[in-house]
Design a protein around this ligand. Structure first.
Ligand SMILES: [Zn+2]
Length: 256
């Protein structure tokens, strides 16, 4: 794999990471994430192009807003770097080959990027707000539906019965949600997130993610029982699922 593809993956990943920080901040506030100009959350000053270059802007501005000099949280830099690394690892694991382009592989690659980005945003919001954001999960379901329809039309695959069943199950979960209060609805949100994961990476990877999630959840929360640093299920599941997907592609493309 060419070194510049790896480098380019990191750059694109950090740009997507920058978008994730914006989405994680704005989605719970029900603000627009595509058209509204980026601004400083402290002084509300519009940010210029030069303020928005991932990683570099943070370093050049020494972690401070150019206009009000308020410190920018280090987590923004961490998310950009982490997503850059995650995206780079995924591209390597996927064996992205832009010389022998296969259109179906490229489309699946973009579909995977959307899936990972959605999981990353879900993880970020859940960590901050203890909420698996349903609007983000629904957007994920729509992307999965579009991809299944694409496979039907252009690869002549059939829509499998289990796929229809998962969508019906999701619909039932949404109906159940109407009868629950906000506190009890978290587990239904988590089940929807789990179904969203199955539709992309299948039952085995999703179930391993689920088992790892519960093991870490119980150990971590037991160790931190006395302080309030409790970790949430949606955050853990999303991060573990991303890691396992990357491991899975490494396994099938480099080892097996
Ligand atoms: Zn500012």
């Amino acid at each position: 794999m060419l070194i510049y593809i790896i480098f380019l993956s990191f750059i694109i990943g950090s740009l997507l990471g920058s978008f994730c920080t914006l989405a994680i901040h704005r989605i719970p506030l029900k603000q627009d994430i595509l058209y509204k100009h980026s601004y400083c959350p402290n002084c509300n000053h519009k940010l210029n192009f030069i303020d928005l270059i991932p990683i570099f802007s943070y370093i050049f501005l020494r972690g401070k807003c150019r206009y009000c000099k308020k410190k920018i949280k280090i987590k923004y830099l961490v998310i950009e770097v982490l997503f850059g690394i995650c995206f780079m690892l995924f591209s390597v694991a996927y064996k992205l080959d832009i010389i022998n382009v296969n259109i179906h592989n490229i489309i699946f690659y973009f579909y995977s990027i959307i899936y990972i980005t959605i999981l990353f945003i879900i993880a970020g919001i859940d960590k901050e707000k203890k909420d698996i954001n349903l609007r983000v999960v629904f957007f994920g379901f729509i992307c999965e539906l579009i991809y299944i329809i694409y496979l039907c039309i252009y690869k002549n695959t059939i829509i499998y019965l289990y796929e229809i069943l998962y969508f019906i199950l999701s619909f039932i979960m949404i109906i159940i949600l109407f009868g629950l209060d906000k506190k009890d609805s978290y587990i239904i949100h988590f089940i929807l997130l789990f179904i969203f994961s199955i539709l992309y990476c299948g039952v085995s990877v999703s179930c391993i993610s689920l088992i790892c999630t519960y093991i870490i959840y119980f150990i971590y929360n037991k160790l931190n029982k006395k302080n309030s640093k409790q970790v949430s299920l949606g955050f853990l599941f999303s991060i573990i699922n991303i890691i396992l997907i990357i491991c899975y592609y490494f396994l099938i493309n480099f080892i097996i």
